[in-house]
Ligand binder design. Structure first.
Ligand code: 4NP
Length: 161
């Protein structure tokens, strides 16, 4: 199972989701069965490390961020089983790029997997880039809750023998 997390710049939210999920996947004993990556719909930050504010918020929560920013490509729709957008704008961009119906079905909002969010109409992880540190800790909270729900979903799909 291969999961790609997508935001706009691939320096704040999606590397956070990747780092959180990497730790949770390890704790769940699924590290050899689930591959993770992240990418951005935009190209501005290609090659950059995660934003230091995102890295600091993640570290406070016990998560490490890694990797360098890259842009989503058409090949990602073949290479990944799930493509999880941080907000509706990312999802809309992804749906516009999807080469067909099966590819489009891989695109979901990350927060759909947070069981506590089912009654909410807004499933965005808000973009923290222009704001202060509180935006980054809030994004981390939303991402962690969704990733815990995602782990439960992946456990159902990939039961450990
Ligand atoms: P991200 O945050 O999409 O969570 O990585 C952003 C990073 C950069 C920009 C916007 C959002 N930007 O406009 O450069």
């Amino acid at each position: 199972m291969r999961v790609l997390f997508v935001c706009l710049g691939n320096i704040c939210r999606s590397p956070t989701a990747e780092g959180v999920m990497r730790k949770l996947v390890g704790e769940a004993g699924l590290a050899d069965r689930i591959e993770l990556d992240s990418a951005g719909t935009g190209a501005w930050h290609v090659g950059a490390k995660p934003d230091p504010r995102a890295t600091a918020a993640a570290l406070k929560g016990g998560f490490e961020l890694s990797g360098r920013a890259r842009q989503v490509t058409g090949a990602d729709f073949d290479d990944f089983d799930m493509i999880l957008a941080m907000d509706r704008f990312n999802a809309s961009e992804l749906l516009g790029m999807a080469p067909g119906g099966a590819a489009a079905e891989k695109v979901r909002l990350l927060r759909e997997f947070d069981p506590a969010s089912s009654a909410e109409w807004n499933l965005d992880v808000p973009d923290p880039y222009e704001g202060g540190p509180r935006g980054f800790s809030h994004a981390l909270e939303l991402i962690e809750a969704a990733c815990r729900g995602l782990i439960d979903e992946l456990r159902r799909r990939e039961p450990v023998a």
